[in-house]
Write a protein of this length. Structure first.
Length: 359
């Protein structure tokens, strides 16, 4: 432990007998700094005082505490606040789905207590009690909060433990999805065949017949379409891999119609020839409300449920095994495809009955 005279200009420490700073030459005033070592943590802490007398009193108190076996409370700097914008700037560079993170945070976390374990539990509880959120959505929100904390910790911006570490992630049945029935698909195809907004109709039909994600469809360019081989190359996939996807006759027909109204390099652009994402989302919501009102479909499905519909009907057809379905869906892990395994059960049972005719 020691007492120093501190320069008010350059914050350099000196012995108490000096009058001028040896670093900048500034006159040393009445500003003293006590440096003491915390016996519990081994870290050095400091106190700044306006007088030498006050500095010596602090030093004496600490010496007395050591002699009596007590430990001077260590005054730690509080952890800086979690800045979601800092994480988001990083995610924009490294994460394809950063917009999903931004939307989830703004919708479910922003303005609420996410700095404590109890506060995060309340966020989860409020979502569960609302009764309008799927377990998977709640899980995504909790994982996002945990990921934001882990990023701050890795950057040295958060010194406290991650409050999500002691929270058990909610479990849910990953097999559940919300596919359209065959009759709903048939009605939807008939409705879209005469729908006036051909650009949006083609996007929806292409999703039904290919099972591609919205981002893959809307970012598809004509250079990635091969009519001779009847394949498309999806470069902007969720897992970062390039996928060459074979097209069926319906998919080819949709692309030929899209080519007839071609406007720029994108296969499915907006009317202005730009990336269709934002305006398409609004169009989809309006169209979905109309589809429900006219009883073309019976529930307010998400656009992503068109992908579930594609996979579900392939799985339940009994003609596509789970490994082929994995390749068609572009899943990186078979565990993602196994959510449709319950639909293949009938096919598996029919397969075992083959032995009845052999023995």
């Amino acid at each position: 432990m020691a007492i120093y005279k501190r320069c008010s200009k350059c914050n350099h420490d000196h012995t108490t007998d000096l009058r001028k700073c040896i670093k900048c030459g500034f006159s040393l005033g009445d500003k003293f700094r006590v440096r003491i070592k915390d016996t519990a943590s081994g870290k050095w802490i400091s106190r700044t005082t306006p007088t030498l007398k006050a500095a010596r009193e602090i030093e004496t108190k600490f010496k007395l505490a050591v002699i009596e076996g007590d430990i001077l409370p260590l005054k730690r700097k509080p952890s800086p606040a979690i800045a979601f914008t800092a994480y988001l700037n990083h995610a924009k560079i490294t994460k394809k789905t950063w917009k999903d993170d931004e939307q989830r945070w703004n919708r479910h976390v922003h303005g609420k207590d996410y700095l404590t374990n109890s506060g995060i539990l309340n966020i989860i509880k409020s979502m569960q009690e609302a009764g309008t959120y799927q377990p998977a959505t709640i899980l995504h929100v909790l994982k996002l909060i945990k990921r934001v904390y882990n990023w701050h910790i890795a950057q040295g911006l958060w010194s406290s433990p991650n409050p999500c570490d002691s929270i058990t992630l909610p479990k849910f049945d990953n097999r559940l999805s919300q596919p359209l029935s065959l009759s709903e698909v048939s009605s939807l195809i008939s409705y879209l065949a005469s729908h006036h907004n051909r650009r949006s109709a083609l996007v929806i039909l292409f999703a039904l017949f290919t099972g591609r994600r919205k981002g893959e469809i809307l970012s598809l360019t004509w250079k990635d379409v091969n009519f001779d081989l009847e394949v498309i190359t999806c470069r902007d996939t969720k897992n970062g891999e390039t996928i060459i996807f074979p097209l069926n006759r319906s998919g080819i027909a949709i692309l030929r119609e899209a080519r007839s109204i071609k406007n720029g390099d994108l296969v499915f652009p907006s009317s202005a020839g730009c990336y269709y994402k934002n305006s398409f989302d609004d169009t989809w919501k309006r169209l979905r409300a109309r589809l429900i009102k006219e009883q073309v479909i019976h529930s307010p499905i998400r656009f992503h449920d068109l992908r579930h519909t594609y996979a579900s009907h392939l799985a339940s057809s009994g003609k596509v095994d789970i490994y082929t379905l994995k390749k068609l869906m572009g899943h990186k892990s078979i565990s993602l495809t196994e959510r449709y395994s319950h639909l293949i059960d009938g096919h598996l049972r029919r397969s075992t009955e083959v032995l009845d005719g052999l023995y």
